[in-house]
Design a protein around this ligand. Structure first.
Ligand SMILES: [Zn+2]
Length: 473
């Protein structure tokens, strides 16, 4: 049932820029899973109607960076107060090899559910733990779990040929690197099985070696980029998350990380990087000129003490901006409402932090020009959809896929007294009152719940799984 009329919304944010960021509505008609009309609409005979009085309509969020397996690794005390590099060793690298197939599926389900309940309709997962002769197919599990919930899913197939350990012969099998041939053969296999190039695809594949300076040799990264472009796949990875990336690339190649990516054909409108926290001005200009994308992950960057990415500068330079929650082992609330709320605040904090007083030659408070809620909504919806090739997703416009999140702002006192109700879900943060979420016109969430999914039981399973995981140490 993908034909209906949403009536009397208080406000509509479209995911577009400038004056088009808001549509007057108050009604939205959906036909065959697409937005057929927006305006003051008269119900047609027999048309199903949804009463959105007291609600605001957003495009369903698009999360462009995640590691779903980490949904069972939240708040690990061993890594809780570490920065990125020691945290990687303390938490994901220590615990991921101990997870079995059931743990992996459960973690994926928890993470996808958390995102869905925040109003996220499209999830890109950077699944990077692959090794030779893996006994189960994590790629298939991820597509399967996303399909069960009715979400669009983009698999960023990670992995690499290098290990951070010098001698790999003594490593347990689950910690060993792949061969380049193994990686590329699996990309071919997954592309044939899952990749749909359509602008409203439910499934896409992205080639995503885990981290350029650490995961593969330069020529291997060039080969991966060439293969991806031959197959019509996009490219994704981590870059410049901390100063450690700058030190690594400087010592290996005597250049900056973004310049290094230029030498391996890893810049362009078909490439996006998670983080990009530590950038010099010339790197920002190069990312902008090449229209390379960012998955901005403010909560993880805060949690790991990495910094605050220069997103406003990247946006102004022409780079493509999107929002990612990153793995839940470095972000204990991996949902799009928390993340966009943090993005809104932290971009303002960064601008203020960089402001210089007049007497020192600066522009005073004027330098702290504000990131708007409309900017953050655009980054978290249309921005993410565009950089993944989902051009028919991410905006509330006639002809687009009906991926809609409808939030109540009339039941929770956090919104009472707001002068502009449209900004409530992002500006007020907290747990949003998600009245409905539709993906391609299909109802995924109603009244903050997914039908047929027992959240209490899932919580019990998660506690059992964490206990069993720690017992395997
Ligand atoms: Zn990541």
């Amino acid at each position: 049932m993908t034909d209906f009329l949403i009536r009397n919304a208080t406000a509509i944010l479209t995911g577009l820029a400038g004056a088009a960021a808001r549509a007057p509505g108050p009604d939205v008609r959906v036909r065959a899973g697409r937005i057929a009309a927006i305006g003051a609409l008269t119900p047609e005979p027999g048309e199903r109607q949804l009463d959105a009085t007291g609600c605001v309509i957003y495009p369903a969020w698009v999360n462009t960076h995640h590691h779903l397996f980490q949904s069972l690794l939240k708040g690990d005390p061993v890594g809780l107060n570490a920065t990125l590099t020691p945290w990687l060793t303390a938490t994901p690298m220590r615990l991921r090899p101990l997870m079995n197939e059931n743990d992996f599926r459960l973690a994926a389900r928890i993470g996808l559910l958390e995102l869905a309940l925040s109003g996220c309709g499209t999830v890109a997962d950077h699944n990077y733990h692959y090794y030779p002769h893996m006994p189960y197919d994590t790629s298939a599990i991820l597509f399967d779990e996303a399909e069960k919930l009715g979400l669009r899913f983009v698999l960023c197939r990670g992995g690499g040929t290098l290990s951070r350990v010098a001698d790999t012969s003594n490593l347990p099998p689950a910690s060993r690197p792949e061969t380049l041939d193994g990686f590329m053969t699996d990309i071919e296999r997954l592309a044939q099985l899952y990749h749909d190039p359509a602008p409203d695809a439910m499934r896409k594949l992205v080639s995503a070696p885990t981290t350029p300076p650490h995961s593969m040799r330069p020529q291997e990264l060039r080969d991966c980029a060439a293969q991806a472009r031959r197959l019509g796949l996009r490219l994704h990875s981590h870059l410049s998350e901390t100063v450690h990336y700058q030190d690594t690339v400087d010592s290996q190649h005597q250049m900056k990380p973004v310049q290094f990516c230029e030498t391996i054909d890893w810049l362009g409108p078909d490439v996006w990087f998670a983080h990009l926290v530590k950038l010099d001005d010339d790197e920002i200009a190069l990312l902008g000129k090449t229209r390379t994308g960012i998955a901005h992950c403010p909560q993880s960057n805060g949690r790991l003490g990495s910094g605050i990415a220069p997103v406003r500068q990247l946006d102004a330079a022409g780079a493509q901006i999107s929002i990612g929650v990153d793995g839940a082992a470095s972000n204990e609330a991996a949902d799009m409402i928390s993340e966009t709320h943090a993005a809104w605040l932290m971009q303002r904090a960064r601008a203020g932090y960089e402001a210089v007083p007049y007497f020192r030659g600066g522009q005073g408070e004027a330098e702290a020009a504000s990131t708007t809620v409309e900017d953050v909504v655009r980054w978290g919806t249309a921005g993410g959809a565009r950089l993944m090739g989902l051009d028919a997703v991410g905006t509330v416009e006639v002809g687009q896929a009906a991926d809609l999140s409808i939030y109540g702002i009339d039941r929770d006192p956090r919104y009472f007294g707001l002068h502009d109700l449209a900004i409530g879900p992002v500006a007020s943060g907290g747990t949003a009152d998600l009245r409905w979420m539709f993906v391609g016109g299909k109802e995924v969430v109603r009244d903050g719940r997914l039908p047929d999914l027992d959240v209490i039981e899932l919580g019990r399973q998660s506690r059992d799984a964490v206990r069993a995981l720690l017992a395997r140490l």
